[in-house]
Design a protein around this ligand. Structure first.
Ligand SMILES: Cc1cc2nc3c(=O)[nH]c(=O)nc-3n(C[C@H](O)[C@H](O)[C@H](O)COP(=O)(O)O)c2cc1C
Length: 164
């Protein structure tokens, strides 16, 4: 059975996810962010996470070469952050975006539900994507607040009061 990408995307779109922004600061260059919904936890000990990065992304080389990246898991009121970092064409990607900066210069977006600071552990082949694995060195999260969700190719909300 040959599966075309659109069908594949539609089927996998039934798997609701959160949305995160991966931020990177290549040495001597401006930092940038990339919106992902492919974030997954991999291992507890050691603490590893992964995200999948399209090889076609203009940011591909810079991401796979980075020694450190940060992940901010977006809150439901951060839809504009998701849109801003889903394109390399934003004129002023950091305008009005509050962020803390790690020692290595990586921005960690403020206002998310959680953030992770990771060392790049490995980059594996994943077809037209690369599977980027990071070892979590620092993290923080908050127990209040709702996530920004992605479902069937659209943003979605978790209804208040529907959590466990
Ligand atoms: C909700 C959402 C989830 C996304 N998830 C991913 C992802 O997991 N991996 C990826 O490579 N691109 C993902 N993208 C697309 C990238 O954010 C976007 O294509 C990229 O930032 C554009 O970079 P480029 O202009 O350099 O190609 C996602 C976009 C959105 C809006």
């Amino acid at each position: 059975m040959s599966i075309d990408p659109r069908t594949f995307r539609s089927a996998l779109g039934c798997f609701a996810t959160g949305i995160a922004v991966v931020t990177v600061c290549p040495e001597g260059e401006e930092p940038f962010g990339i919106t992902v919904n492919s974030l997954a936890s991999v291992s507890l000990e050691p603490p590893l996470v992964l995200f999948c990065l399209a090889r076609s992304s203009r940011k591909y080389q810079a991401v796979v070469a980075c020694r450190e990246f940060a992940v901010t898991i977006l809150a439901e009121n951060q839809r504009d952050h998701s849109a801003r970092f889903a394109t390399s064409d934003a004129q002023h990607p950091w305008r009005d975006i509050a962020a803390d900066i790690t020692e290595a210069g990586t921005p960690v977006l403020a206002g998310g539900l959680a953030h992770l600071v990771c060392s790049r552990e490995a980059v594996h082949d994943g077809g037209d994507h690369a599977i980027v694995v990071g070892r979590v060195r620092e993290l923080d999260w908050r127990s209040e607040g709702l996530p920004l969700l992605y479902f069937r190719g659209r943003y979605a909300r978790l209804e208040e009061g529907t959590q466990g």
